[in-house]
Design a protein around this ligand. Structure first.
Ligand code: ATP
Length: 888
């Protein structure tokens, strides 16, 4: 590989036959053909066979294999075939599901894949990073993730964190100059940048020298490690539950086996009894259904503009109790338009500004020169605050590119949200002037002079008061105010440093409107009803932030707005005490965000935090749910977040929380459905064993129900749409378990009701013979569980949920019914599933006994609905009376 660090950058440009204008269409195509896409070769994925075989590691499968062996020994060959078929089918389903999940994760990853800004054909364009080719002119800015290796050709204070390559956690200052050495370590190649590192500060232009596997990181990580998706907390706790259940069942099975032997039942029959019990109890479909519901949920959320990068975030979203959101662009539209301009003690409309006025000319020119954005034919590139200034220039007939060509940039100190200033140096009006724009309060203290129509003079107390009052007046109506100043230099030789940002001459203020998003106010209301505290955290001025927060309902009577400096004075304990009453944090720096998140977390709240800047990454990681902005966010913030909003919209966060809650609720209902069904099977088998009755079900019957007829309704429950009152409940606590005592009680009770009717059918059949008894018990249990699918769609009665509002649940019921009737009536299936031929009245009784548990459960729900609606209407009356008496 060439040593680009020891070549002058011009030579590197020649090498790739490119100028700083970028590659032409033709070169681009040639280079793409020659070097291919900018991608690392991924680790080899597991083969289909490997995945298929790994399905047999399960404890359940071992039990099933034991059941198949025992069936074979007892001479029930059909059972053996069915069980083996089930094992294979189950493994096949597992394999398909594995690849589906992988596919959907891949497509989510593709949605959140990084972008790069480049010059091509003289134009600045944004492209997916994988389309970078050697020779491309890459634009790097703070917050960017570098995705190719390159030689720096222009540098403005670029600092890069290369820890992923060198292990060095401090950022490195970069340079343009050639390094005349033969061999140097990567960390010392200061005129180069490397793929996989992060821009922490500054700006630079780079010519790409290596992409894909030809980068330094490509050489090290010859095969990139695929990061394995960790199990979500819910999956872990369910796995844990399944394991404990399996052990418990094993013990009970041994007891049942012993009891049967003691009663004199022969060995093999006793064994079959124990196996049937084990098969009845183990929730075979549980973990795959949870994964399917989570995966379907993330797909739905992606369609609704929230890309959930990790499955575990779905559950976290549902329990969020505090949302800390940026203002600009998330709660507001980020469509900035300049309104009033203040200079020389005059406040005028931006468009009416007269550039013949010397002060106005300086101010407007400064706003376009100290600015990196462009706006052409409706295509706006750059920070919306800066675009607004460029657009103002257009209205006043100034073309930004022409102006920037005339007064080239001789130096700069880029904007960063800690310092809240940006400065650039130009030869303007035959003088070397550094223009600075930034936060009003940061700049005001550094001003010593003022430019007026009658020349430059020392700034007076009165001037400052006028400026302060104007800022207040503009901010109070929610306008964002930027201050502008300049400083004169003797020469342009020395590089600009932070120490130069002092001793300014004031030019003026430019205010711009950034209206709240239309949907913000409603989303904030939804949050509050849902028991979620919305908090605004912004770099903007306190008065502007408070005005917007009031408009959308975040700042209410009794709430406080606090500035970054006040926050610094508070101890962690004080912050924790007060955090509940602070709704707006203004003029904060990214590191304040971490303290705010921690303060809430110490109060056991679950915090979602938005962020877009390079310095937001630690806060995004600290938050329970880190949310990055898809449109305006830096690559670094997207990398650190667990959710990316493709529309940057606060309302999308609230929608995602609702989706998260709904998914959690649906999973809970699916679990309830599966486990109460299992409970009914277990109770029936246990009863038969204790009462020395023949075995009510064969292992194949239970497998048929657990794996076939139960799975579809469970998925249908998982796809239940959100109910209207979903956002009326308070968030569930950090430590609440999905298998709460109430849920377990309901599972046991509903299981008991179904098993009573199953046993009633069993007794009825036993009067004829054992085979008819077991057929009736099996069919009743199967059908009752299919009906039960409707009961588990929600806590309320099926009539308040809407009998027909979930078509999947009817489809699942229909398929289950079809399968059951096929087993009952098709001779081939009858022998395979060991069922007897039934009479018409027996079938009638099966339908009746299967339907009655649902009738009972629904009647209980209707009564409960009535009681709770009575209670809530009484509470409303009491509240109204209280309100009236307060008014009185
Ligand atoms: P939020 O944190 O809600 O996104 P914000 O955009 O105001 O709000 P920052 O981008 O950190 O937050 O900006 C902080 C302050 O810095 C702004 O209020 C503004 O006064 C100033 N500022 C913003 N953009 C620029 C810029 N490009 N150049 C100079 N100053 C800027």
């Amino acid at each position: 590989m060439k040593k680009y660090f020891s070549m002058p950058y011009e030579e590197v440009l020649n090498e790739f036959n490119v100028t700083s204008e970028g590659l032409s269409e033709k070169q681009l195509k040639d280079n793409l053909d020659k070097y291919g896409l900018n991608q690392l070769t991924e680790k080899k994925k597991q083969t289909v066979l490997q995945v298929f075989l790994s399905q047999f590691k399960d404890l359940l499968v071992l039990i099933l294999i034991a059941a198949a062996v025992i069936s074979a020994i007892t001479g029930s060959l059909e059972s053996t075939i069915v069980i083996i078929a089930v094992i294979v089918l189950n493994a096949l389903l597992g394999t398909v599901q594995h690849f589906k999940a992988e596919q959907s994760l891949d497509s989510l990853k593709a949605l959140s894949s990084p972008c790069a800004k480049v010059y091509r054909n003289g134009h600045k364009v944004e492209i997916p990073s994988k389309e970078l080719v050697p020779g491309d002119i890459l634009i790097l800015e703070a917050g960017d993730m570098i995705s190719a290796d390159g030689r720096i050709i222009q540098n403005f204070s670029l600092q890069v964190n290369e820890s992923s390559l060198t292990g060095e956690s401090e950022s490195v200052d970069k340079i343009v100059d050639i390094i005349e050495k033969e061999e140097i370590a990567l960390g010392d190649q200061k005129n180069m940048v490397f793929s996989g590192s992060l821009v922490t500060y500054g700006r630079a232009l780079v010519v790409v020298t290596g992409t894909g596997m030809n980068t330094e990181i490509g050489k090290i990580a010859n095969l990139m490690e695929e990061t394995q998706e960790k199990q979500t907390p819910l999956q872990v706790s369910l796995d844990d539950f399944s394991k404990k259940l399996a052990i418990g069942i094993f013990i009970v099975c041994i007891l049942v086996f012993g009891l049967s032997l003691y009663r004199g039942t022969n060995l093999l029959d006793s064994l079959m009894f124990a196996v049937a019990l084990a098969v009845a109890a183990i929730p075979e479909a549980l973990s795959s259904i949870v994964t399917i519901v989570l995966a379907l949920g993330t797909q739905k959320m992606a369609k609704e503009n929230a890309i959930v990068k990790k499955l575990r975030a779905v559950e976290g979203l549902g329990s969020v109790s505090v949302i800390c959101s940026d203002k600009t662009g998330t709660l507001t539209q980020n469509k900035m338009t300049v309104k009033k301009i203040y200079f020389d003690n005059k406040l005028v409309d931006g468009e009416e500004c007269d550039l013949n006025d010397e002060v106005a000319k300086y101010l407007v020119n400064a706003s376009i020169l100290c600015n990196d954005s462009t706006s052409k034919d409706g295509v706006e590139i750059g920070d919306p605050t800066e675009v607004a200034l460029v657009n103002l220039g257009h209205k006043l007939s100034i073309e930004e590119l022409d102006l920037r060509k005339t007064y080239g940039r001789l130096g700069e100190i880029p904007f960063d949200s800690d310092r809240k200033l940006m400065s650039t140096l130009h030869n303007f009006d035959n003088k070397y002037l550094m223009f600075t724009k930034g936060a009003f309060d940061v700049l005001l203290d550094r001003i010593v002079k003022i430019k007026t129509s009658s020349g430059v003079r020392d700034i007076t107390y009165e001037d400052k008061q006028n400026i302060i009052n104007t800022n207040k007046q503009l901010s109070q109506s929610g306008l964002r105010v930027l201050a502008f100043a300049y400083k004169e230099f003797e020469t342009a030789d020395n590089a600009l440093t932070l120490e130069h940002e002092n001793g300014y001459t004031f030019l003026g203020l430019i205010s711009m409107i950034d209206p709240p998003r239309e949907e913000s106010a409603e989303a904030v209301r939804d949050c509050i009803t849902a028991g979620i505290k919305p908090v605004m955290i912004t770099g903007d001025h306190k008065i502007t932030a408070s005005a917007i927060a009031k408009q959308i309902g975040i700042l209410q009577d009794g709430d406080r707005a606090v500035e970054g400096v006040e926050l610094e004075k508070m101890t962690d304990d004080e912050l924790r005490e007060n955090v509940e009453h602070i709704s707006v944090y203004a003029r904060v720096s990214p590191e304040h965000k971490i303290r705010i998140v921690r303060a809430w977390q110490e109060r056991d709240e679950i915090v979602a935090m938005t962020g877009d800047g390079v310095n937001d990454a630690p806060a995004l990681k600290q938050a329970d749910i880190g949310i990055a902005m898809g449109i305006t966010g830096t690559e670094v913030s997207k990398d650190a977040a667990s959710v990316i909003l493709t529309d940057d919209n606060f309302a999308t966060i609230v929608k995602s929380v609702a989706n998260g809650r709904n998914i959690y609720k649906n999973i809970k209902n699916s679990i309830k459905f599966l486990l109460s069904g299992n409970a009914s099977g277990i109770l029936s088998v246990l009863y038969a064993s204790i009462m020395a009755l023949p075995m009510p079900f064969h292992a194949v019957h239970l497998l048929f129900i657990n794996l076939l007829t139960d799975s579809l309704p469970a998925i249908a429950i998982g796809m239940e749409k959100p109910q209207k009152d979903l956002l009326k409940d308070k968030p569930r606590g950090r430590n609440s378990s999905i298998l709460s005592k109430d849920l377990i009680a309901e599972i046991a009770l509903e299981g008991l009701v179904i098993s009573i009717f199953t046993l009633a059918a069993f007794y009825m059949g036993l009067k004829v013979n054992d085979a008819v008894g077991s057929t009736m018990a099996f069919a009743t249990l199967c059908l009752a569980r299919l009906f039960h699918g409707f009961n588990c769609r929600g806590d309320k009665s099926i009539f308040s949920i809407g009998l027909f509002s979930n078509r999947y649940s009817w489809m699942a019921f229909g398929v289950g019914l079809l399968l059951l009737n096929a087993v009952l009536f098709l001779p081939f299936m009858q022998s395979l599933f060991e069922v007897s031929v039934l009479t018409g009245s027996q079938v009638g009784y099966i339908y009746l006994f299967a339907f009655l548990p649902t009738v009972i459960i629904q009647v209980v729900k209707v009564i409960r609905d009535l009681v709770s609606s009575n209670k809530s209407s009484k509470e409303n009356i009491v509240e109204e009376k209280n309100d009236i008496s307060k008014v009185a």
